[in-house]
Write a protein that binds this ligand. Structure first.
Ligand code: HEC
Length: 262
Protein backbone atom coordinates (compact mmCIF):
# COMPACT_ATOMS: atom_id res chain seq x y z
CA UNK A 1 0.00 0.00 0.00
CA UNK A 2 2.74 2.38 1.01
CA UNK A 3 4.65 1.63 -2.15
CA UNK A 4 1.57 2.43 -4.19
CA UNK A 5 1.16 5.78 -2.52
CA UNK A 6 4.82 6.57 -3.05
CA UNK A 7 4.52 5.73 -6.73
CA UNK A 8 1.39 7.83 -7.04
CA UNK A 9 3.16 10.77 -5.40
CA UNK A 10 6.10 10.36 -7.77
CA UNK A 11 3.76 10.44 -10.77
CA UNK A 12 2.07 13.56 -9.46
CA UNK A 13 5.28 15.57 -8.96
CA UNK A 14 5.80 16.57 -12.62
CA UNK A 15 2.15 17.66 -12.88
CA UNK A 16 2.44 19.83 -9.80
CA UNK A 17 5.70 21.34 -11.00
CA UNK A 18 4.40 22.17 -14.46
CA UNK A 19 1.16 23.52 -13.03
CA UNK A 20 3.20 25.92 -10.94
CA UNK A 21 5.06 27.16 -14.02
CA UNK A 22 2.04 27.75 -16.24
CA UNK A 23 -0.75 30.28 -16.08
CA UNK A 24 -4.26 30.57 -17.46
CA UNK A 25 -3.46 33.75 -19.42
CA UNK A 26 -5.26 33.84 -22.73
CA UNK A 27 -2.40 33.66 -25.25
CA UNK A 28 -2.36 35.71 -28.42
CA UNK A 29 -1.15 33.52 -31.28
CA UNK A 30 2.20 34.33 -32.93
CA UNK A 31 2.88 33.15 -36.45
CA UNK A 32 6.61 33.18 -37.27
CA UNK A 33 7.74 34.16 -40.76
CA UNK A 34 11.27 33.21 -41.83
CA UNK A 35 10.80 34.86 -45.23
CA UNK A 36 10.52 38.24 -43.53
CA UNK A 37 14.23 39.10 -43.48
CA UNK A 38 13.79 42.71 -42.20
CA UNK A 39 11.88 41.29 -39.22
CA UNK A 40 14.66 38.78 -38.49
CA UNK A 41 17.32 41.50 -38.83
CA UNK A 42 15.44 43.80 -36.48
CA UNK A 43 14.94 40.90 -34.05
CA UNK A 44 18.70 40.23 -34.08
CA UNK A 45 19.43 43.92 -33.49
CA UNK A 46 17.02 44.11 -30.56
CA UNK A 47 18.35 40.83 -29.18
CA UNK A 48 22.00 41.92 -29.00
CA UNK A 49 20.97 45.26 -27.50
CA UNK A 50 18.44 44.11 -24.92
CA UNK A 51 18.90 40.41 -24.22
CA UNK A 52 22.43 39.21 -24.93
CA UNK A 53 23.83 40.85 -21.79
CA UNK A 54 22.05 38.12 -19.83
CA UNK A 55 21.07 35.37 -22.29
CA UNK A 56 23.68 33.71 -24.51
CA UNK A 57 22.80 31.89 -27.74
CA UNK A 58 25.58 29.41 -27.37
CA UNK A 59 24.58 27.09 -30.24
CA UNK A 60 24.57 29.89 -32.77
CA UNK A 61 27.49 31.73 -34.39
CA UNK A 62 27.56 35.35 -35.52
CA UNK A 63 28.79 34.38 -38.98
CA UNK A 64 25.94 31.99 -39.66
CA UNK A 65 23.45 34.55 -38.39
CA UNK A 66 24.87 37.28 -40.62
CA UNK A 67 24.87 35.01 -43.68
CA UNK A 68 21.37 33.67 -43.13
CA UNK A 69 19.97 37.13 -42.41
CA UNK A 70 21.74 38.63 -45.41
CA UNK A 71 23.84 41.03 -43.34
CA UNK A 72 27.35 41.75 -44.76
CA UNK A 73 30.09 40.73 -42.33
CA UNK A 74 31.48 44.26 -41.75
CA UNK A 75 28.02 45.56 -40.90
CA UNK A 76 27.39 42.57 -38.61
CA UNK A 77 30.70 43.17 -36.82
CA UNK A 78 29.82 46.81 -36.26
CA UNK A 79 26.18 46.36 -35.29
CA UNK A 80 25.79 42.90 -33.79
CA UNK A 81 29.09 42.00 -32.15
CA UNK A 82 29.51 44.22 -29.09
CA UNK A 83 31.54 41.70 -27.11
CA UNK A 84 34.84 42.10 -28.97
CA UNK A 85 34.42 38.58 -30.35
CA UNK A 86 35.27 37.43 -33.85
CA UNK A 87 32.60 36.81 -36.48
CA UNK A 88 33.19 33.04 -36.37
CA UNK A 89 32.50 32.79 -32.64
CA UNK A 90 29.40 31.68 -30.81
CA UNK A 91 26.96 34.30 -29.51
CA UNK A 92 27.91 34.28 -25.84
CA UNK A 93 28.29 36.80 -23.04
CA UNK A 94 30.46 37.22 -19.97
CA UNK A 95 27.71 36.81 -17.40
CA UNK A 96 28.99 35.31 -14.18
CA UNK A 97 26.58 32.54 -13.08
CA UNK A 98 27.11 33.04 -9.34
CA UNK A 99 26.64 36.78 -9.51
CA UNK A 100 23.56 36.38 -11.67
CA UNK A 101 22.19 34.03 -9.04
CA UNK A 102 22.59 36.75 -6.44
CA UNK A 103 20.92 39.37 -8.61
CA UNK A 104 17.95 37.46 -9.97
CA UNK A 105 17.67 34.37 -7.75
CA UNK A 106 18.24 32.24 -10.88
CA UNK A 107 20.91 32.53 -13.56
CA UNK A 108 19.42 33.68 -16.91
CA UNK A 109 19.30 30.53 -19.07
CA UNK A 110 20.72 30.19 -22.57
CA UNK A 111 17.70 30.72 -24.82
CA UNK A 112 18.83 29.31 -28.17
CA UNK A 113 16.15 26.61 -27.88
CA UNK A 114 13.50 28.48 -25.94
CA UNK A 115 10.97 28.72 -28.79
CA UNK A 116 11.18 24.95 -29.18
CA UNK A 117 10.81 24.26 -25.48
CA UNK A 118 8.16 26.86 -24.67
CA UNK A 119 6.69 27.56 -28.12
CA UNK A 120 6.60 30.85 -30.05
CA UNK A 121 3.23 31.91 -28.61
CA UNK A 122 4.58 31.58 -25.12
CA UNK A 123 7.72 33.67 -25.79
CA UNK A 124 5.74 36.37 -27.63
CA UNK A 125 3.14 36.66 -24.88
CA UNK A 126 5.83 36.50 -22.20
CA UNK A 127 7.52 39.60 -23.63
CA UNK A 128 4.17 41.41 -23.76
CA UNK A 129 2.83 40.69 -20.30
CA UNK A 130 5.26 42.21 -17.82
CA UNK A 131 3.41 44.46 -15.38
CA UNK A 132 4.10 46.57 -12.32
CA UNK A 133 3.98 44.61 -9.06
CA UNK A 134 5.57 46.26 -6.06
CA UNK A 135 5.44 43.05 -4.05
CA UNK A 136 8.07 41.46 -6.30
CA UNK A 137 11.83 42.00 -5.72
CA UNK A 138 12.31 43.56 -9.18
CA UNK A 139 9.05 45.53 -9.08
CA UNK A 140 7.50 43.56 -11.96
CA UNK A 141 5.58 40.38 -12.47
CA UNK A 142 4.51 38.50 -15.58
CA UNK A 143 1.20 37.01 -16.71
CA UNK A 144 2.51 33.92 -18.49
CA UNK A 145 5.46 33.37 -16.13
CA UNK A 146 4.13 34.25 -12.65
CA UNK A 147 6.75 35.43 -10.16
CA UNK A 148 9.43 35.57 -12.83
CA UNK A 149 13.01 36.43 -11.88
CA UNK A 150 13.67 38.54 -14.99
CA UNK A 151 13.36 42.33 -14.96
CA UNK A 152 11.21 44.03 -17.62
CA UNK A 153 14.11 44.91 -19.91
CA UNK A 154 11.87 46.48 -22.59
CA UNK A 155 10.07 48.78 -20.14
CA UNK A 156 11.45 51.92 -21.86
CA UNK A 157 10.01 50.77 -25.16
CA UNK A 158 6.67 49.42 -23.95
CA UNK A 159 5.89 51.76 -21.06
CA UNK A 160 4.24 50.98 -17.76
CA UNK A 161 1.62 48.25 -17.63
CA UNK A 162 -0.62 47.52 -14.68
CA UNK A 163 -2.87 44.62 -13.83
CA UNK A 164 -6.33 45.99 -13.14
CA UNK A 165 -10.06 45.32 -13.15
CA UNK A 166 -11.72 46.71 -16.28
CA UNK A 167 -15.11 46.54 -18.01
CA UNK A 168 -15.05 44.15 -20.96
CA UNK A 169 -17.88 43.14 -23.34
CA UNK A 170 -19.78 40.11 -22.07
CA UNK A 171 -19.47 37.13 -24.40
CA UNK A 172 -22.57 35.11 -25.26
CA UNK A 173 -22.62 31.31 -25.52
CA UNK A 174 -22.29 31.54 -29.31
CA UNK A 175 -19.02 33.46 -28.96
CA UNK A 176 -20.38 36.89 -29.96
CA UNK A 177 -20.49 40.02 -27.83
CA UNK A 178 -23.76 40.51 -25.92
CA UNK A 179 -25.84 43.62 -26.73
CA UNK A 180 -28.34 45.48 -24.62
CA UNK A 181 -31.82 44.54 -25.98
CA UNK A 182 -33.24 47.96 -24.99
CA UNK A 183 -30.49 50.27 -26.31
CA UNK A 184 -29.51 49.26 -29.85
CA UNK A 185 -25.79 48.72 -30.32
CA UNK A 186 -24.89 49.11 -26.65
CA UNK A 187 -22.70 46.23 -25.47
CA UNK A 188 -23.35 44.54 -22.16
CA UNK A 189 -20.17 44.64 -20.13
CA UNK A 190 -18.84 42.84 -17.12
CA UNK A 191 -15.95 43.52 -14.80
CA UNK A 192 -12.88 41.40 -15.41
CA UNK A 193 -9.88 41.55 -13.12
CA UNK A 194 -6.25 40.78 -13.82
CA UNK A 195 -6.36 42.53 -17.20
CA UNK A 196 -3.36 44.48 -18.47
CA UNK A 197 -3.71 48.20 -18.93
CA UNK A 198 -0.95 50.25 -20.55
CA UNK A 199 -0.38 53.79 -19.27
CA UNK A 200 -0.49 56.07 -22.27
CA UNK A 201 2.66 57.91 -23.21
CA UNK A 202 4.98 56.07 -20.83
CA UNK A 203 6.81 54.10 -23.54
CA UNK A 204 8.93 55.14 -26.52
CA UNK A 205 6.90 52.88 -28.80
CA UNK A 206 3.19 52.82 -29.55
CA UNK A 207 1.39 49.58 -28.67
CA UNK A 208 1.61 48.47 -32.34
CA UNK A 209 5.32 49.28 -32.59
CA UNK A 210 5.96 47.38 -29.39
CA UNK A 211 4.01 44.35 -30.64
CA UNK A 212 6.09 44.45 -33.82
CA UNK A 213 9.37 44.67 -31.86
CA UNK A 214 8.39 41.69 -29.71
CA UNK A 215 7.22 39.83 -32.81
CA UNK A 216 10.64 40.44 -34.42
CA UNK A 217 12.55 39.20 -31.36
CA UNK A 218 10.39 36.08 -31.19
CA UNK A 219 10.77 35.54 -34.94
CA UNK A 220 14.55 35.81 -34.56
CA UNK A 221 14.53 33.34 -31.66
CA UNK A 222 12.42 31.00 -33.79
CA UNK A 223 15.06 31.18 -36.54
CA UNK A 224 17.88 30.62 -34.03
CA UNK A 225 16.25 27.50 -32.59
CA UNK A 226 16.68 25.75 -35.95
CA UNK A 227 18.73 27.84 -38.41
CA UNK A 228 18.64 25.22 -41.13
CA UNK A 229 14.85 25.57 -41.30
CA UNK A 230 15.45 28.74 -43.31
CA UNK A 231 17.70 26.88 -45.72
CA UNK A 232 15.25 23.97 -45.94
CA UNK A 233 12.39 26.35 -46.74
CA UNK A 234 14.39 27.98 -49.54
CA UNK A 235 15.61 24.63 -50.81
CA UNK A 236 12.07 23.26 -50.71
CA UNK A 237 10.94 25.82 -53.28
CA UNK A 238 13.68 24.74 -55.70
CA UNK A 239 12.87 21.08 -55.15
CA UNK A 240 9.21 21.72 -55.97
CA UNK A 241 10.13 23.75 -59.06
CA UNK A 242 12.43 20.95 -60.14
CA UNK A 243 9.63 18.42 -59.70
CA UNK A 244 7.25 20.56 -61.76
CA UNK A 245 9.76 20.79 -64.63
CA UNK A 246 10.55 17.09 -64.34
CA UNK A 247 6.84 16.34 -64.50
CA UNK A 248 6.50 18.20 -67.82
CA UNK A 249 9.31 16.18 -69.40
CA UNK A 250 8.06 12.91 -67.92
CA UNK A 251 4.60 13.64 -69.30
CA UNK A 252 6.03 14.44 -72.77
CA UNK A 253 8.12 11.27 -72.69
CA UNK A 254 5.06 9.28 -71.63
CA UNK A 255 3.15 10.69 -74.60
CA UNK A 256 5.90 9.60 -77.00
CA UNK A 257 5.91 6.07 -75.52
CA UNK A 258 2.15 5.91 -75.87
CA UNK A 259 2.41 6.88 -79.52
CA UNK A 260 4.98 4.14 -80.11
CA UNK A 261 2.83 1.50 -78.40
CA UNK A 262 -0.32 2.40 -80.29
C1 HEC B 1 19.13 41.54 -16.67
C2 HEC B 1 19.18 40.20 -17.17
C3 HEC B 1 18.20 39.78 -18.25
C4 HEC B 1 18.00 40.38 -19.48
C5 HEC B 1 18.70 41.60 -20.05
C6 HEC B 1 17.02 39.57 -20.16
N1 HEC B 1 16.64 38.51 -19.38
FE1 HEC B 1 15.38 37.04 -19.91
N2 HEC B 1 15.64 36.15 -18.10
C7 HEC B 1 16.46 36.61 -17.09
C8 HEC B 1 16.35 35.73 -15.95
C9 HEC B 1 17.09 35.89 -14.62
C10 HEC B 1 15.45 34.70 -16.32
C11 HEC B 1 15.01 33.51 -15.48
C12 HEC B 1 13.71 33.86 -14.83
C13 HEC B 1 13.18 32.78 -13.89
O1 HEC B 1 13.45 31.60 -14.12
O2 HEC B 1 12.47 33.17 -12.97
C14 HEC B 1 15.03 35.00 -17.68
C15 HEC B 1 14.14 34.21 -18.40
C16 HEC B 1 13.81 34.42 -19.73
C17 HEC B 1 12.97 33.55 -20.53
C18 HEC B 1 12.32 32.28 -20.03
C19 HEC B 1 13.28 31.16 -20.14
C20 HEC B 1 12.66 29.88 -19.68
O3 HEC B 1 12.33 29.05 -20.52
O4 HEC B 1 12.48 29.74 -18.46
C21 HEC B 1 12.89 34.08 -21.78
C22 HEC B 1 12.14 33.54 -22.98
C23 HEC B 1 13.65 35.30 -21.75
N3 HEC B 1 14.19 35.48 -20.51
C24 HEC B 1 13.77 36.13 -22.85
C25 HEC B 1 14.47 37.33 -22.81
C26 HEC B 1 14.52 38.24 -23.94
C27 HEC B 1 13.86 38.00 -25.30
C28 HEC B 1 15.28 39.29 -23.55
C29 HEC B 1 15.58 40.54 -24.33
C30 HEC B 1 14.45 41.30 -24.79
C31 HEC B 1 15.71 39.04 -22.17
N4 HEC B 1 15.19 37.84 -21.76
C32 HEC B 1 16.54 39.87 -21.43
C33 HEC B 1 17.26 37.74 -17.14
C34 HEC B 1 17.34 38.61 -18.20
Amino acid sequence: MKVNRLLLALFLIPGVLSAAATSDWHMEPMDPDLENVPSLQNGARLYVNYCLGCHSLQYQRYERTADDLQIPHEIALENLVFTGQKIGERITNAMDKDQANNWFGVPPPDITMVTRVRGVDWVYNYMKTFYLDESRPLGVNNKVFPNVGMPHVLLDLQGVQRSACIQVPKIADNGGEMRDPLVPGKPITEEKCGQLVLEDGTGLYTAEEYDQAVYDITNFLYYVSDPSRLERNRLGVYVLLFLVILFVFTWLLGREYNKAVR
